[in-house]
Design a protein around this ligand. Structure first.
Ligand SMILES: [Zn+2]
Length: 335
């Protein structure tokens, strides 16, 4: 019978270098798995590339590893990485054809790897973090919910009628694209983006697809068109801001396991009765997020906010049609 018991590291806050991140088994400190897979590191030359952690310390993509037992590494992490690597060789079409649950697990592992690194650090009594994730009960509840669905990476599980996340996959046009690899995540809002060559994936990890539905019209407008990097930046701003104002956390429930079951079945529930799904969309707050994402183009907030509570857009014109951008020039800010 398949192993159908979920592991809950949050119950006893079991975050240490001697517990496998995925199953909790006691391991030696040598047993680890990279957060960013070896194939990614090789393909995009990431080994020495620096990475800023939440506590402002700097590591490299090559050095960022998490505790993982040999069994989970060989039987769960590596096969998933091989599958994604293969899909990625076929570019956008390959990644779009990949099972969405697998894509969720793949992104989720990188996100959770970064998170676990923080939680292990915070468990060290010598470290006094200024912003401790582990001391925020609301955050911990969210992470716990997330880890339940992430475990489908180890425990065979079917999500009944839902995908835990929103996924936006787009192609970036090569004309002015000089970043072969880009990665960004927000630990608290669970927004994530990664760019692999000409393909970008923007994801919100724990919204049961709510943001994808909310931004559905925009996504349909752009999903089959190569985007200029500045358009990708705007897509990220919209998705990251939506994650920021998302006001609900899905809960997940396992159905009781019967003898002979080969997988778990998970159901989900979102409390949209006592809570609004989103906090109000504030144009100035969104403009600020957009300004952050547009930093490489040095565009100021004054240029982003327009009269009548409008905000500059590189994706759609005033009638809602797609804007084709071959090359960026400052005159686009005057339109
Ligand atoms: Zn394990």
């Amino acid at each position: 019978m398949a192993e159908l018991t979920l592991y809950d590291p949050f119950e006893k806050m079991q975050f240490s270098d001697s517990n496998c991140f995925l199953c909790g088994t006691t391991i030696t400190t040598e047993q680890r798995t990279p957060v960013f897979a070896s194939w990614l590191q090789q393909q995009y030359n990431l080994q020495q590339k620096e990475l800023l952690l939440l506590d402002k310390s700097v590591t490299t993509f090559g050095d960022l590893t998490i505790p993982c037992c040999d069994h989970c590494h060989l039987h769960h992490v590596l096969p998933l990485e091989q599958e994604v690597e293969q899909a990625a060789t076929a570019g956008l079409d390959g990644l779009k054809a990949l099972d969405k649950q697998k894509l969720f697990q793949w992104i989720g592992k990188m996100y959770y790897g970064t998170l676990v690194t923080e939680l292990i650090k915070e468990a060290n009594p010598l470290i006094m973090p200024t912003y401790a994730l582990s001391e925020n009960p609301q955050m911990l509840g969210k992470f716990r919910s997330f880890f339940k669905v992430l475990q489908s990476l180890r425990v065979p599980a079917v999500f009944h009628d839902f995908l835990p996340c929103s996924l936006f996959l787009v192609e970036v046009s090569p004309t002015e694209d000089d970043l072969p690899f880009e990665y960004q995540d927000e630990l608290t809002t669970m927004a994530f983006s990664i760019k692999l060559g000409s393909v970008a994936i923007v994801c919100t990890l724990l919204d049961n697809g709510i943001i994808q539905r909310a931004l559905g019209r925009l996504y349909r407008l752009i999903e089959d068109k190569p985007l200029h990097p500045i358009q990708l930046a705007e897509l990220k701003a919209r998705v990251f801001y939506a994650a920021y104002i998302l006001n609900v956390v899905p809960e997940y429930f396992e159905r009781p396991v019967k003898h002979g079951d080969t997988h778990l079945v998970l159901d989900t529930l979102i409390d949209d009765v006592t809570k609004e799904i989103f906090n109000p969309w504030e144009m100035t707050a969104y403009a600020h997020m957009l300004e952050e994402m547009l930093k490489p183009w040095s565009i100021r907030e004054q240029q982003i906010l327009r009269p009548n509570n409008q905000v500059l857009s590189f994706l759609a014109d005033e009638s809602g049609n797609f804007k084709t951008i071959e090359r960026f020039n400052k005159s686009m800010l005057e339109e």
